[in-house]
Design a protein around this ligand. Sequence first.
Ligand SMILES: NC(=O)c1ccc[n+]([C@@H]2O[C@H](COP(=O)([O-])OP(=O)(O)OC[C@H]3O[C@@H](n4cnc5c(N)ncnc54)[C@H](OP(=O)(O)O)[C@@H]3O)[C@@H](O)[C@H]2O)c1
Length: 384
Amino acid sequence: MATCETRTVPFVLVGAGGVGAALLEAIVGARALHKARYGIRFSALAVCDSSAAVSGADAAGGLSDAEIAALIAHKASGGKLASQSGAVVRPAEQDASVFLESLVDKYSKEAPDTIVVDCSATDATVPALLKAATTANMRAASANKKPFADSSFRNFRELCLAPTSPARVRYESSVGAGLPVIAALARVVSAHDAVTLISGSFSGTLGYAGESFSAVVGKAKELGYTEPDPRDDLGGVDVARKALILARTLGMALELSDVVVEPLYTPELAELSVPDFLAALPTLDAAFAAKVAAAAAEGKVLRYAANVRPPAADGTGGGSLKVGLVAVPASSPLGTLSGSDNLVEIYSQWYAATPLVLRGAGAGAGTTAAGVLSDMVELANTRG
Ligand SMILES: NC(=O)c1ccc[n+]([C@@H]2O[C@H](COP(=O)([O-])OP(=O)(O)OC[C@H]3O[C@@H](n4cnc5c(N)ncnc54)[C@H](OP(=O)(O)O)[C@@H]3O)[C@@H](O)[C@H]2O)c1
């Protein structure tokens, strides 16, 4: 293979938890590939957690691979970056968003082609991402859905729907972890192929496999597939965020409050403690079993899904976004979904009878980090 000069691609990582650490490991592991195939070397100028930002001993060169390994080990042992030598600690009285924005501002001057990578789970990154999206030569990649869903459509438009956005901002992993859902949708949109429906199941936790509802939830919790409070999954808000990002990608000017969400538990169970909630779950079994039987009588199965219906091309109908239980044909892509996979069906003018389907593992730090790394490589290879 012909050798070419290796270009350094600087980045600032916000969030050093499961996904952030997996991303740093993946970057170090991919050094030889990135050099040989793309002629690039990612350089971590700074890594931040909720307490501080750390940069390498050689500030211009970024963190060395040894410093990255030590940082990952420190975070894995539960440490905060504020205790690392040379850390720039966020003052207690300073808002996290101000701290992050000023950090990005600093790098916009020192290394103008920096990629801001958001692997946090906070919406405090919105100003920093907006800065990256609107500053010449800067770019952003995010696994964090909050800036794209909890923040206003106006911010989303600035981040993702501007003519410069494809070259500047990637948010692939915010929806399907490593599944290239946004990339597929972007291709359909760019071909002016009118999307009529996006139907997706984004959480195996919420898939309903035919066992009693309480048994499915209990098992998922035992296996660590749910949040500590399973209502965080069963309430549907996380699915609503992902579906909203898809709807906004289509240009639908919706806010999170516009999403109609049907939680998988009744209002009486909302205020219980986690143990009491789990103990009360069997009270929902009979109603679920009845819905399963009614669907089965029609050759259908129940799925907890998000349905995004854009307004019709002729302007009729305002479009809608609903998250809840739906009965789908057992033989349809959603109907055959099992385990903890994610699945997204895209129906459009050209994918009318047979939808474009993306299916695969939809969670996990490794696959999510892989999606972010692909975004970073694409950004590094695209001139904005
Ligand atoms: N894990 C998955 O399967 C998956 C799949 C798809 C998408 N995602 C998304 O990926 C993101 C990261 O997930 P994760 O599992 O890695 O979460 P996590 O383990 O909780 O890590 C979150 C990280 O963000 C840091 N953080 C919080 N507030 C911050 C702030 N204001 N400034 C800088 N850093 C801040 C935390 O700092 P401390 O260490 O100080 O607490 C922590 O290091 C989330 O948005 C999640 O929704 C995850």
